[in-house]
Design a protein around this ligand. Structure first.
Ligand code: F6P
Length: 369
């Protein structure tokens, strides 16, 4: 707890964008202004502080009521974001072309202090919140706000961005349903979600998929094929198959795509493999769609907007109450605070004992197990 008064706060958005980020920014700024605090936005995660020269010296932007007017419904983040430039492992190019990682965490905290920033609202997923936790240990007053379309963050019922991603994936499944049923085809849809199956499970159920493959339940392709054959015997000559990008066969590994030079490998490609294998096993024409980053864009649903607005305002209330190193969290119907330490370092995956999975099984949905 810190009792020193706050006059000026900053907000940063880090990691992959998610619908609702701008709503968090708006609520944070308005709640801060209503308390007479100044609010500044850091450009591109922490880049605006660590490399202000990239922004002509304007690495922080003053955020006020006018600047955040009419943004709550917009996807992306007006501040920009990055999944590079971790201040604790900051990449520095070496003369020989290699990259060395240096810890600039203390420097970041000192620079923020030099800018008279009293506290930080850090909006991000597990990576950004782990950084926020470390910065808090080094003396920064910080409140985290959980964001990710993947919904894989511990200690919050839901992250904002997830509902928008699920809604869009469901709409895509509805559209694909038309072609699947008209052409009697197998339609395989790969969705994001990293190593958690939340998007696949929720969208697959809402969108009438007969097969849902998620990382939490390694699949056997033969069992999936058997399930589709049984459907066909009953006259259902088309099938929607939803595959989470992190889904893997029993005893197998997740499928990765090689990143560009200097970038990490990314998940992706399992939809193609599942589609090709099923076409060979069933002998039915198959099409594969990868929704990818389409799931991250677009206008946040009203649910995500409201959660994001509540999170932004709650972050300011937490700072006002003297909290630091906490994350706002949704515990329906409440927004509460959780220690950052407890929220990072563990992934929230689909519980096989959940009623959602039980419901899917009751509906006859096949998980390939
Ligand atoms: O964490 C959000 C997410 O969209 C994941 O679902 C996906 O695996 C990853 O980010 C993609 O990251 P990038 O935008 O770097 O390709």
């Amino acid at each position: 707890m810190s009792s020193s008064p706050i006059r000026r706060i900053a907000i940063s958005t880090g990691g992959g964008d998610a619908p609702g980020l701008n709503a968090v920014i708006r609520a944070t700024v308005l709640a801060a202004e209503n308390r007479g605090w100044e609010c500044w936005g850091v450009r591109d995660g922490y880049q605006g502080v660590l490399a202000p020269e990239q922004y002509g010296g304007e690495g922080l932007v003053r955020l006020n009521r006018a600047r955040v007017s009419g943004i709550a419904h917009l996807g992306g983040t007006i501040l920009g974001t990055t999944n590079h430039g971790d201040p604790l492992r900051y990449p520095v190019n070496q003369p020989d072309g290699s990259v060395r990682e240096v810890d600039r965490g203390d420097e970041l905290v000192a620079r923020l202090r030099g800018l008279d920033i009293d506290a930080m609202v850090a909006v991000g997923g597990d990576g950004s919140l782990a950084i926020a936790y470390e910065l808090a240990k080094r003396g920064l007053r910080v409140v985290g706000v959980p964001k990710t379309i993947d919904n894989d963050l511990e200690r919050t019922f839901m992250t904002f961005g997830f509902d928008t991603a699920v809604s869009f994936a469901t709409e895509c499944l509805d559209r694909l349903h038309a072609t699947a049923s008209s052409h009697h085809r197998l339609m395989v849809v790969e969705v994001m979600g990293r190593n958690a199956g939340w998007i696949a499970l929720h969208a697959g159920m809402a969108g009438n998929a007969a097969v849902i493959l998620i990382p939490e339940i390694p699949f056997e392709i033969g069992r999936v094929a058997d399930h589709i054959r049984r459907r066909e015997k009953k006259g259902r000559l088309y099938t929607l198959v939803v595959v989470a990008e992190g889904a893997k066969p029993v005893g197998g590994a997740v499928t990765m795509q090689g990143g560009a030079p200097g970038q990490a490998d990314r998940l992706g490609g399992i939809g193609e493999i599942v589609g090709r294998d099923l076409e060979a096993l069933i002998g039915r024409e198959t099409r594969i769609s990868v929704l990818g980053h389409l799931l991250r864009g677009g206008s946040p649903t009203s649910f995500d907007r409201l959660v994001a607005l509540r999170f932004g305002a709650a972050a300011v209330r937490a700072l006002e109450a003297g909290h630091s190193s906490v994350m706002v969290s949704l515990e329906p119907p409440h927004v509460r605070y959780q220690p950052l330490e407890a929220a990072v370092g563990r992934m929230k995956v689909v519980s096989l004992a959940s009623d959602t999975v039980a419901t899917a099984r009751d509906l006859g949905i096949c998980f390939g197990d």
